[in-house]
Design a protein around this ligand. Structure first.
Ligand code: ZN
Length: 309
């Protein structure tokens, strides 16, 4: 199991089908869990995917249409049933507080889990998580909708051959990382001498929107982009009218943003064959392309500048 991966819980827009559950996505990132847009049936999809409720540390809703939030009552109640011991932050458009309240308290239950409400009031920095900085951007849909982005801070990669040449070994490596410089005999070894810049990884989540500036800002430089492609280009007029993207638009923005691995999802039930999404996207995007299926696991790609790939 990869330390950083997307667990696809559902891929249907609007209404589930025989092969696709309502939306739902869990991002696992070094032991942290981000549950995005839990549509109806998410609790059971988590079971089928082998993901316990305790794996979730934050729940993030793009907006309050049912395919993005009707699973919240089941997930919240399951967290209480399972005795999840850590607090769980909940992010959602602040204008939908009344809907959040209904879902959060949909039916009576032993309400034990600690759900911390942290509504989104506008674009910018949302929260600092051990996994990185969470940012939000406004999207364009008939109701208030936000996209999310996780940005791991840049860091330093230690270079073993230079460490050895400088005579830094054992616990001194950790000390050098913490303190930035270290005295070895008569000389001072600086962190910069024995390490190199390591770019932080980025994950972006873009649901229900027509093309707008927020889409490009979220996708910019993403290692893994999860993006709605409700329609095919032949129905671009419908996509624009209802505030959605086509596969072609999603792939084009991914190409322009330098995305490394692209996950298309949130498909309309009007298209029975998912290969059409792949063909359309392929014409625009030549990176890794995944047309998401329920219960699929998609690793965050290895660091682009990592030694050996
Ligand atoms: Zn939707």
């Amino acid at each position: 199991m990869a330390a950083r991966e997307l667990v696809v819980l559902g891929t249907a827009s609007q209404a589930p089908t025989r092969t696709r559950n309502h939306n739902g996505y869990l991002l696992r990132w070094d032991g942290r869990g981000f549950l995005f847009d839990p549509g109806e049936g998410t609790q059971r999809q988590m079971l089928l995917a082998g993901v316990p409720s305790s794996a979730v540390h934050r729940v993030l809703l793009s907006h309050f249409h049912g395919d993005h939030c009707l699973g919240l009552p089941g997930v919240v109640q399951r967290m209480s049933l399972d005795g999840v011991a850590h607090p769980v932050a909940a992010h959602y458009p602040a204008s939908g507080q009344v809907f959040f309240d209904r879902l959060r308290h949909a039916t009576p239950f032993a309400d034990l889990a600690e759900i911390r409400e942290e509504p989104v009031t506008g674009p910018g920095r949302l929260a600092e998580d051990p996994a990185g900085v969470l940012e939000v951007r406004r999207l364009e849909h008939p109701i208030e909708t936000y996209g999310y982005r996780l940005v791991e801070p840049d860091g330093r990669r230690m270079l073993p051959d230079r460490l050895a040449a400088a005579g830094v070994t054992g616990p001194d490596v950790g000390r050098l990382q913490r303190e930035g410089a270290l005295r070895v005999g008569e000389t001072t070894v600086r962190l910069d001498d024995v390490s190199e810049h390591r770019r932080g990884q980025r994950f972006a989540f873009v649901m229900d929107t027509r093309m707008c500036d927020g889409v490009a800002a979220l996708a910019d430089g993403a290692d893994l982009l999860v993006i709605e492609s409700t329609f095919l280009a032949e129905d671009a007029v419908l996509a624009h009218r209802y505030g959605h993207l086509t596969a072609r638009q999603a792939a084009r923005v991914a190409a322009q943003a330098g995305v490394r691995r692209l996950v298309l999802t949130h498909f309309s039930q009007r298209y029975p064959d998912p290969r059409a999404f792949e063909e359309e996207a392929r014409a625009e995007f030549d990176g890794d392309l995944v047309v998401a299926a329920d219960l699929q696991r998609v690793p965050v790609p290895p660091r682009a500048d990592a030694p050996g790939g």
